[in-house]
Design a protein around this ligand. Structure first.
Ligand code: ZN
Length: 397
């Protein structure tokens, strides 16, 4: 049945349309423009009036971990669960993500092919959820960050082979853990555990197949190596210096910010490992300066949630958009773009994240105008996925 959405329309890649309309037929957007000129639809039509809200593209989250749901002990919650438990949790997280208005995610690390297979099940229409592109297992060095979401590898040949294994299993790209991380004890953020040729070997395999290369990248040295090796996105980017930002501008890599993960963890600091809290506090302020530096240089920014990390349940990418405005100084329009079109570019999905004729019918209605107050993105009233209305359960949080 066709869907007709009316109200303020924010196409993202085109100017806002007050008193606009979006029409979705057979799963595809067939009209975006003034309501007065919308095509006449015959037969039964699902009509949605945005009222004081806005019609926007479904959001895209470029960095999530579907197998984890925000437990205080991130590693333990993964290590102590069976594959069946992790798969069930991932499916529940996918439903939650979709209900919050996120229509596509990129999973950057999960064991046992769980996120890959969830993506395949969603695509086949067997389970509800956002579109999923997944890295499969993250490639990390022996003793490196997030081994429980990845595989420990060393040497160019092993990295290339591991990248090939994940891509053959259905991964949409490769995740390289190029530096230490906040959540792994003993993993200094400045660590650069892989040599450039190791990173380049894995990246070359992915790029030769036209896939994305996401680099977990915090410290300068590892970030630079990953960029020179061919990373298509820098994840987190808490410690970017001018030289690294200049390198990003040259390579065209997208910066994927995950400030919401730090903010939510610090909001629950009493319940998190004190060593992890200390490290998160240490980077919070420098991270703001780092991300502002990148924003000023015009680096494309995708907002992401890093959902699954402590006290960071899925569906929170809208909160990242709010932090991009409040802390990094983006305009509301830039922040909306960060969680829609720019995030879609990380997934190599230029067809997503904007309202255009011919694009998939993934459309969201918010309770207010996000260009006026970007936190409106956290107030999603209607979700249309592929032209079908999604059931939004009662909010429990
Ligand atoms: Zn992550």
């Amino acid at each position: 049945m066709p869907v007709l959405l009316r109200g303020l329309v924010l196409p993202v890649l085109a100017d806002p349309v007050p008193r606009g309309a979006v029409v979705v037929e057979d799963g595809v957007i067939t009209y975006v423009g003034p309501a007065s000129r919308a095509p006449h639809l015959t037969g039964e039509v699902t009509e949605v009036d945005a009222g004081d809200g806005a019609v926007v593209p479904g959001m895209i989250d470029a960095h999530v971990h579907l197998v984890a749901d925000g437990a205080a002990d991130f590693a333990g919650s993964v290590v102590r669960s069976s594959t069946e438990q992790l798969a069930a949790r991932a499916a529940a997280n996918a439903r939650r993500t979709l209900a919050a208005g996120t229509v596509a995610v990129r999973d950057l690390g999960a064991p046992d092919g769980i996120a890959i297979s969830l993506g395949q099940q969603v695509a086949a229409g067997r389970v509800p959820g956002p579109e999923v592109t997944a890295a499969g297992r993250a490639l990390t060095a022996p003793g490196g960050h997030i081994p429980y979401l990845g595989v420990e590898v060393q040497g160019p040949a092993e990295l290339a082979a591991a990248a090939r294994t994940e891509l053959t299993a259905g991964a949409g790209g490769v995740k390289l853990v190029a530096t230490g991380g906040v959540l792994t004890p003993g993993s200094a953020l400045g660590n650069a555990p892989f040599a450039e040729d190791e990173l380049a070997a894995a990246a070359a395999v992915a790029r030769a197949q036209g896939r994305w290369v996401a680099a977990h990248a915090i410290g300068h040295e590892g970030t630079k190596r990953a960029l020179r090796a061919g990373a298509t996105s820098v994840e987190h980017g808490y410690l970017l210096d001018d030289e690294t930002v200049a390198l990003m501008a040259t390579t065209g890599a997208v910066l994927v910010t995950t400030q919401v993960a730090v903010a939510r963890m610090l909001r629950n600091r009493d319940l998190v490992d004190p060593a992890v809290v200390a490290r998160a506090e240490e980077i919070r302020d420098v991270a703001v300066a780092s991300l502002r530096r990148a924003a000023r240089a015009g680096i494309p920014i995708a907002g992401a949630s890093d959902a699954g990390t402590p006290f960071n349940p899925h569906g929170g990418v809208a909160e990242e958009a709010a932090l991009l405005v409040a802390d990094i100084g983006l305009t509301t329009a830039q922040a909306l773009r960060a969680v829609t079109a720019t995030a879609a570019s990380c997934l190599l999905r230029p067809d997503l994240g904007h309202l255009s004729v011919g694009a998939p019918g993934h459309v969201v209605v918010t309770g207010a105008d996000p260009l006026d107050d970007v936190t409106a993105l956290t107030d999603v009233r209607t979700v249309v996925l592929g032209g079908r209305l999604v059931d939004i359960p009662e909010r429990t949080t």
